[in-house]
Design a protein around this ligand. Sequence first.
Ligand code: SF4
Length: 713
Amino acid sequence: MTDGARSTTRPGPSPREVATHCPYCALQCGMVLREDADGVAVLPRQFPTNRGGLCQKGWTAAELLDHPDRLTTPLLRDPASGELRPASWDAALQRIVSGIRAVQAESGRDAVAVFGGGGLTNEKAYALGKFARVALRTRHIDYNGRFCMSSAAAAGLRAFGVDRGLPFPLADLGRADTLLLVGANPAETMPPLVRWLTEQRRNGGRLIVVDPRATATARQADLHLQPLPGTDLAVANALLHIALTEGWIDRAYVAERTTGYEEVRRSVAAWWPARAEQLSGVPVADLEATARALGTAGRAIILTARGAEQHAKGVDTVTAYVNLALALGLPGRPGSGYGCLTGQGNGQGGREHGQKADQLPGYRRIDDPAAREHVAGVWGVPADELPGPGVPAYQLLDSLGTPGGPRALLVLGSNPVVSAPRAAHVERRLRGLDLLVVADLLLSETAALADVVLPTAQWAEEDGTMTNLEGRVLRRRALRPPPPGVRTDLAILSDLATRLAAAEPTAATTGTSASRFPTDPAAVFAELRRASAGGPADYAGISWPRIDAADGVFWPCPTEDGPDTPRLFTDRFATPDGRARFHPVDHRPAAEPVCDEYPLHFTTGRVLAQYQSGTQSRRVDALRRAAPDAFVELHPDLAARLGIGDGEPVRVTSRRGELQAPARVSPTIRPDTVFAPFHWPGAARANSVTNDAVDPISGMPEFKICAVRVERA
Ligand code: SF4
């Protein structure tokens, strides 16, 4: 591996290095940043998860530090021209405060909402949740992590009593005799993770991938099941049916460590393999081979990701795979278990410390009186003044600017104009607000709609912690301060809180000041530890020096001198009786079935060289060269039937909108399904097409299947 791209030269200090982590995905690969007279370079770093490897996004991450598109001054929308114009920090913050005051005076506290991001550090996620509940006193806060792994989180909570993406270290993957990946494509989304898959197969293990596309990961597998999108649940129930029939159930484990098995056993009796084949298209022989590989393995791991989870039945789909894992006695044993591959950089920590509509720090429920008392005590406010639960992300976005809905929105680290389902509708909702404030380092498509844009620091310009997909808390270290004119999110929240308290002193906000909203991330983390103490995600024993000394610390970690928890569930689950809970779940059709007018299935995903809504990765030269444009992937048979050649522009239309992009004709996709990546805005925006039907438990939108028609553009 070579060094990554350098940032452009900026007259700087003498050579300086920090050991830190990549700014992008949940693998949070370790890296070294070195700054010298030539700029900032990314260097490899041995870390347990990536062992020196990085993907192209990681190698080129420093390029954005001095990018010419970088925002370095606040922007205010000029009422006369409608243009965004540079403004002073004082003018921008005053505009925000006066807007908030006006909206809340007229329509109540809940008329202001906050939308966060799964890439914010733990400190920022915590401060944002506190800001919403203490400074704004609104119940309306949620974040884009809702669109990421909320279905797996909800399924994990109801089965295991706790939600940690991987309840075991990543290294366990290399020890599994059978590894089943459902709707996961790490070869493109997290390439360094593939080392563990390679190791697993070098050790004689078997890799099985369930995916409607023959992805780069599926092509490496010993067996690839290619179901119709939205039928993963039926596949799981059939696998359990076969395991029951063949006698592969771990009866002692089920009896000692679980409850609810009998009901699930009865419910999967109807899922004979031929029925699942008819529905999903996966041959019975492949279902049987998969069940055998899992049921007869000494160690087996089942992992789900967005392909299985981003559905209106995502929670039940994950639950079906959890049921399978429990029936085979996998969770809690080394080299075995169920896990979710979290996507966003701090998707895990972001949902633990208060950005979610129904949660307080430490993964506490906001409707739990004891939790409210504890957190209110740390925050120095009366518990009865904390707002109650808000609504999940899409419901929040859909209510903006409507009668009774929020009239002002503060967005940190998110770009819903590109990343939300039914995006054109969300864009209209954002345009209908009285006040839209976006804090970002670049002018994202959402920032371009804002009334006020605040320039924020980047990952290499501030300290903090991130929690990776294993539940391992990591240190992100600042290489250098933000450029002149740019502030950290913590500084912005602190300043706003001070101004709001001065504007509206009440029993709850009196005394709100820089000291109640510290700008120093170390001080915020110290408070986060106290707020999380005793909660499910207990960080009380995690200090920055302890993280520094040990390649990260796994939560829960309640005491500084006690152990952390790399492996959960070895003796008991986090339920009141210590047992995992089976839940019977059944297949149901996609929210939007195909029909004569919209006869094809549409699904979305990522490509290796781009990340999420692309605000950052689309501006990195090497990534833009590697993946310059969106595309629509369709099978040669379908392309021939529609008279579409490779590279020709096509239009994909659903009931909600359309996207246009060049065709990529490939036999790797099912003939009844088309795929598009979701990183691009404008005419190529995949989320113009996606369905906003949501899971009733998690609020996860159905990104992964809707009905479309395809034609030459
Ligand atoms: S796999 Fe993820 S964390 Fe690692 S270098 Fe790539 S984007 Fe960064």
